[in-house]
Design a protein around this ligand. Structure first.
Ligand SMILES: Nc1ncnc2c1ncn2[C@@H]1O[C@H](COP(=O)(O)OP(=O)(O)OP(=O)(O)O)[C@@H](O)[C@H]1O
Length: 227
């Protein structure tokens, strides 16, 4: 069981009447969701529908123009640090440092999470192994391919466990075998009570996920948007 989880079945992470406004325009409005431990939200919709914006709102990186977000019944704005501590947010850009090796980057995350360096090192090795990166452990970030960089980012999900995974198009640049590994990792995270919110334009197995089509929450054009 991931630390910080409540009983399976009861809603743990809730969004109510979320309104997203960017660049002076409403992107989506009236968006509700409820996720219990082990639950998943699959965000779909065309380019510009607001998938990345919603993920940034859920991570606390972007303030919604309206609505509420609650974790275990508490508004997340009451304790933003606690919320940041329970999220793993993976955006479009891979946080890969050109001069650090694969192992150094993953170990950085593991040591943030695990106080005992031996435990952190074990978690690093396990994460590298799971994402097929063990043979690249000593390779600097600048020499990695796009898919290898993406796998380094995904490895931190395992190296530094957290209950809420917010993943923006995580399959980008991954080959089919790596997508299968990711699918297995997501399933294990959920089986342990973890939550997943994931946007994608590709096929990925996320059994029993709640599907949110962001374009369905597009508000009617505002007066100033009309020609
Ligand atoms: N930094 C920004 N400033 C202003 N508007 C923005 C900004 N980033 C995104 N937007 C706008 O917000 C809307 C939603 O963008 P977002 O990136 O959330 O969509 P998306 O569904 O993730 O798209 P894609 O499938 O292309 O990744 C778009 O109309 C976009 O132009």
């Amino acid at each position: 069981m991931v630390p910080g989880m409540s009983d399976p079945g009861s809603p743990l992470f809730l969004g109510r009447r979320l309104l997203c406004r960017r660049g002076g325009r409403n992107v989506f409005a009236g968006l509700d969701f409820a996720l219990a431990a082990g639950g998943a939200l699959l965000l779909l919709g065309p380019n510009g529908a607001g998938k990345s914006s919603l993920l940034r709102i859920l991570a606390g990186l972007l303030k919604p123009a309206g609505g509420q977000l609650a974790w275990a019944g508490q508004d997340v704005t009451e304790d933003p640090e606690a919320h940041a501590g329970r999220c793993h947010y993976l955006g479009h850009h891979d946080a890969v440092k050109p001069v650090l090796t694969v192992a150094e980057m993953v170990r950085f995350w593991a040591r943030l999470h695990h106080d005992d360096p031996l435990v952190a090192d074990r978690a690093t090795l396990a994460a590298l192994d799971r994402f097929g990166l063990a043979h690249l452990a000593d390779m600097p970030g600048r020499m990695l391919s796009a898919g290898q960089k993406r796998r380094v980012n995904l490895a931190r999900l395992l190296a530094a466990p957290s209950p809420l995974w917010l993943l923006d198009e995580p399959t980008t640049a991954l080959d089919r075998a790596s997508i299968a590994v990711l699918e297995g990792v997501l399933a294990e995270h959920r089986a342990g009570g973890g939550l997943v919110v994931l946007s994608t334009h590709a096929d990925i197995a996320l059994p029993d996920a709640t599907v949110l089509r962001l374009d369905r929450f597009a508000p009617a054009p505002e007066a100033e948007d009309l020609p």
